[in-house]
Design a protein around this ligand. Structure first.
Ligand code: HEC
Length: 102
């Protein structure tokens, strides 16, 4: 009983911390990077202008860095396990081309 309680507490804390969240969004096979960004990323990342949709810190300002972030998420950002392959490439290309390094 005690064990069940502490497991419950731990999972509530993880949910509150936003840790380990995933987002099931799956883009259409031919979705452009811009379409994917507009469909899910803008829920949290409000574009600054048409040309600058994100400000990227140095360590993330590459296609690989962006794809890693999308694949793994973080404490506050969900992981997107269904954005893969060419869709992930197109998304990373779009974000990088329309971003500003911090
Ligand atoms: C539920 C909110 C949420 C959604 C949806 C979301 N993000 Fe994030 N994202 C965050 C938060 C909060 C941060 C800042 C904290 C961090 O870096 O972990 C972040 C950070 C990032 C970073 C790192 C920026 C930097 O310079 O360190 C990238 C790149 C990024 N997001 C890309 C994306 C992309 C692409 C999508 C769409 C597939 C997306 N995010 C969807 C919340 C979100």
């Amino acid at each position: 009983m005690k064990k069940v309680n502490s497991l419950f507490v731990i999972s509530v804390l993880l949910v509150l911390a936003g840790c380990g969240k995933t987002n099931d969004y799956a883009p259409a096979a031919d979705a452009s990077g811009e379409a994917i960004f507009g469909a899910v990323c803008t829920q949290c990342h409000t574009p600054i202008s048409r040309e600058v949709v994100m400000v990227l810190s140095e360590g993330v300002a590459s296609e690989e860095g962006i794809k890693n972030k999308v694949r793994s998420g973080s404490m506050r950002m969900p992981a997107f396990p269904n954005i893969q392959g060419e869709a992930a490439d197109r998304l990373a290309e779009y974000v990088l081309a329309n971003s500003q390094a911090q």
